[in-house]
Ligand binder design. Structure first.
Ligand code: G
Ligand code: G
Ligand code: MN
Ligand code: NA
Length: 249
């Protein structure tokens, strides 16, 4: 099946939706951010995963308007998220490398935030490690510029790519999100090494894919800062954000 034709009209047909998955901060004892996760409801019926359609959108260039829709929608939803979890709550937005490498990406995102009257300090930009791996001068300078303007940067799926320690020291980032495969394997020596490295580089660590209380306890013990996963909350529609964290402490 060729998604390309159908994907072309997903914006005008209003078939896209954002779900939000809470990220719990152990220090703050509250939800510190929500990650915006895109869904495509094709013909308003069939759910297509971004894992399937983002690559197509990247190949066709549709990732640019779709990505801008995501940023604008997230900004639009921010006041409701903050009303629920507090005024400091951020929204984390997944950014494709194709978006980041557009020469006018920074101008465009700034413009959208201005139009939506959102301060960049409430926006965390998640880039995948494979993106982070390609540390060209221009990408580094884009990330630097974004941070100067108040955005924070997270490396998503950390540990699955190939970033060397030297890449990581050069990249201007704030957070690493440990890929859920590491949480599932739960190999304490590996996780300890990862966390020691993060500490040395003064990076904040988010553990992804927490599905059981046990994983939460162990990663807490190992010193992870923030936690995300089905055990805390599934990705949820904006009007159905859960009350948290009655069971966490
Ligand atoms: O939520 P889910 O497991 O279906 O997401 C699958 C993949 O799609 C993940 O890698 C996630 O980072 C990515 N993804 C989700 N939403 C977005 C988005 O808005 N933009 C981009 N570029 N990727 C997204
Ligand atoms: O690559 P990224 O981390 O952006 O992908 C986020 C994806 O992970 C989302 O599609 C989300 O639905 C999924 N996800 C979130 N929490 C969990 C979890 O606890 N277990 C699993 N298997 N997937 C999760
Ligand atoms: Mn992500
Ligand atoms: Na991830």
């Amino acid at each position: 099946f060729n998604y390309e034709l159908a994907l072309n009209s997903c914006l005008e047909k209003e078939e896209l939706q954002l779900l939000y998955q809470p990220i719990y901060g152990n220090k703050q004892k509250q939800v510190v951010a929500v990650e915006a996760l895109l869904r495509w409801k094709k013909d308003h019926k069939y759910m297509v995963s971004p894992a399937d359609f983002i690559p197509v959108a990247e190949q066709t260039g549709l990732i640019i308007p779709i990505g801008e829709w995501v940023i604008r929608q997230a900004c639009h939803d921010l006041p409701i998220v903050q009303a629920k979890y507090g005024q400091q709550t951020k929204i984390a937005i997944n950014i494709s490398r194709i978006q980041l490498s557009e020469p006018d990406f920074i101008d465009r995102i700034n413009q959208i935030l201005e139009e939506e009257q959102v301060d960049p300090q409430y926006i965390d930009l998640e880039i995948t490690e494979s993106v982070a791996m390609i540390d060209t001068v221009s990408e580094c300078s884009s990330l630097l510029q974004l941070r100067e303007q108040g955005y924070t940067i997270s490396i998503d799926d950390f540990g699955t790519g190939y970033s060397s320690l030297s890449t990581l020291t050069r990249l201007p980032v704030d957070n690493i999100k440990i890929d859920r495969s590491f949480v599932a394997q739960m190999n304490p020596p590996v996780l300890k090494a990862l966390l020691a490295m993060a500490e040395a580089l003064e990076l904040h660590v988010v553990a992804e894919g927490i599905e059981q209380e046990d994983q939460w306890r162990q990663l807490l013990e190992l010193g992870c800062n923030d936690f995300q996963g089905y055990w805390i909350s599934y990705p949820m529609p904006l009007d159905n954000l859960p009350d948290l964290p009655h069971f966490l402490s």
